[in-house]
Design a protein around this ligand. Structure first.
Ligand code: GLN
Length: 493
């Protein structure tokens, strides 16, 4: 098959290196040129460092020449700017870390480096991953390559837009309440949030530690599996990292889906989603029936509580995690202050944006004496009930399907002034994080305005390879995942 490296999947790039069609250095240079050309329009990347990327690419070529290549050696990917990478500016989308060059690598970055993967740059994101639109970034909004007036979703919006616009063949993301799946849906790409504990959080700047999970974003289920093979693995430096045997997440891709039981939660198919989203998801499910799957109606009775529960627990954890940004240890420090308290206050007032401050305030409130039992403890109890709903549901089905997001990509500015509206856009994704389950989004069609729609696939704990199988079989039979935004080729500087 003939293809340009800029259009290739990770699998095709890897095969192309083996067949000596192109070198890693050539491919990295192509992507860097395209990033230089389009980033001022899309704003996907916070930092690019061509010299560093090309040095890694040359090292990967040498690794391959020496016969030491692994599957992904030489492929370039973009890294969400939440992952600490040694020598790279690592901002987490915040003014607070706008001068922070990481002295060390996150576990995920170490694993990619050891596999010979080239870092193409650090992608834009909502500040400290708090947001669903990428508009809370100190570095400005990212534009959706399908429609430049719209958001790419968030918080991994830069990663999603970069992959959709073919500025990177794949990227990393993190998902605390939907931040891999929702931007994947909004930009017509694939994203997987693994089971909590599968990917180490070491060096991944913490937002809500009991929910945060890193994962891959790419154009095919196959590529997600290849990336997860590198990203997953036990790490003693993260106390919630799971000690399990290594698995090949691509091992089940080819299995037929005959007899697969798909659970359709009635809460996902009510009046919540827009008609265009509902139609595309229904069509995808009809397709799965043709592939031999059965559907069963299930119920997740406590789903409606997931957003309020999340917006107690995530801010509580965030208020604690973000206390480390005090102007002393790293990052921004206010210039003028009278004493230590004044320095803390001014530093945090200047360094954090409005959404981050809102969450710190809510978090401190729900954890405070007198409110702890009424809010925090109560939310923890409801979290358990939400998780139990899934346990019950998985007695009757193998995977759960529904929309990833109630709408397609909304306009920049449309929800920015209304936090509750913004929070509700995660209604279908958040329960998965509260339960610690794996979830993914794959493209399944377009709305009447030509914007991509995402199908969400939720699996039981550690069902990643089965979920990738479910996604891959659909991608063998359909071509939604191959569609690229047209506008992008025509965008000029
Ligand atoms: N949109 C959700 C929030 O604002 C989820 C973000 C995420 O998954 N990092 O918190």
């Amino acid at each position: 098959m003939q293809y340009h490296p800029l259009q290739a999947t990770l699998r095709q790039l890897s095969d192309g290196f083996t067949a000596k069609k192109f070198s890693s250095t050539e491919v990295a240079q192509e992507f860097i040129n395209k990033i230089n050309y389009l980033n001022s329009t899309l704003n996907c990347f916070i930092s690019v460092d061509a010299e560093r990327s090309l040095a890694q690419a040359r090292a990967a070529d040498a690794m391959r020449a020496a016969g030491k290549a692994q599957q992904l050696t030489g492929v370039p990917i973009a890294q969400k700017d939440i992952f600490c990478a040694q020598g790279w500016l690592t901002t987490c989308g915040s003014k607070m870390l706008s001068n922070f060059v990481s002295p060390y690598d996150a576990h995920v970055i170490e694993r990619f480096n050891a596999a010979g993967v080239v870092n193409l740059g650090k992608t834009n994101m909502d500040e400290f991953a708090m947001g669903s639109s990428n508009e809370t970034s100190f570095y400005g909004a990212v534009r959706n390559p399908w429609d430049l007036a719209r958001v790419p979703g968030g918080s991994s919006g830069g990663s999603a837009a970069a992959v959709a616009a073919r500025l990177a063949p794949a990227a990393t993301g993190t998902d605390t309440g939907g931040s891999i799946r929702q931007p994947a849906a909004f930009t017509g790409i694939c994203g997987l949030k693994p089971t909590y504990g599968v990917v180490s959080r070491y060096g991944m700047i913490a937002f809500a530690s009991s929910l945060d999970q890193g994962g891959p974003m790419a154009r095919t289920a196959d590529d997600l599996g290849l990336m997860l093979n590198v990203m997953a693995g036990f790490d003693p430096r993260d106390s919630t990292s799971l000690q399990r045997d290594a698995e090949d997440y691509t091992r089940d891709l080819a299995k037929p889906l005959t007899g697969l039981r798909i659970g359709l939660p009635k809460e996902f198919f009510g009046t919540g989603a827009s008609p265009d989203v509902a139609n595309a998801v229904d069509a995808a499910i009809a397709h799965y029936r043709k592939l031999g799957c059965e559907t069963v109606e299930i119920s997740l009775p406590n789903m409606a509580l997931s957003v309020p529960v999340y917006y107690v627990l995530a801010p509580a954890e965030a208020s604690s995690n973000l206390s480390r940004f005090d102007g002393v240890r790293y990052g921004h420090r206010a210039k003028d202050y009278t004493d230590l308290t004044d320095m803390y206050e001014k530093t945090r007032a200047e360094g954090f944006g409005a959404e981050v401050k809102r969450r710190i305030l809510i978090g401190a409130y729900v954890l405070s004496h007198g409110y702890y039992d009424a809010y925090y403890i109560r939310a923890q109890k409801l979290r358990r009930l939400i998780a139990q709903d899934f346990t019950e549901a998985f007695k009757r089905c193998d995977v759960i399907m529904g929309p990833t997001s109630p709408s397609t990509a909304f306009k920049i500015g449309e929800k920015a002034g209304d936090p509750v509206q913004m929070y509700l856009s995660d209604i279908y994704t958040i329960a998965v994080n509260l339960a610690g389950l794996p979830g993914m989004s794959i493209p399944c069609g377009f709305d009447s305005g030509g914007l991509p729609v995402g199908l969400q696939i939720i699996g039981n704990y550690f069902a990643e390879s089965r979920m990738l199988n479910v996604a891959h079989q659909y991608q063998l039979a359909t071509d939604w995942h191959t569609r690229a935004p047209k506008a992008i080729g025509e965008v000029t500087r």
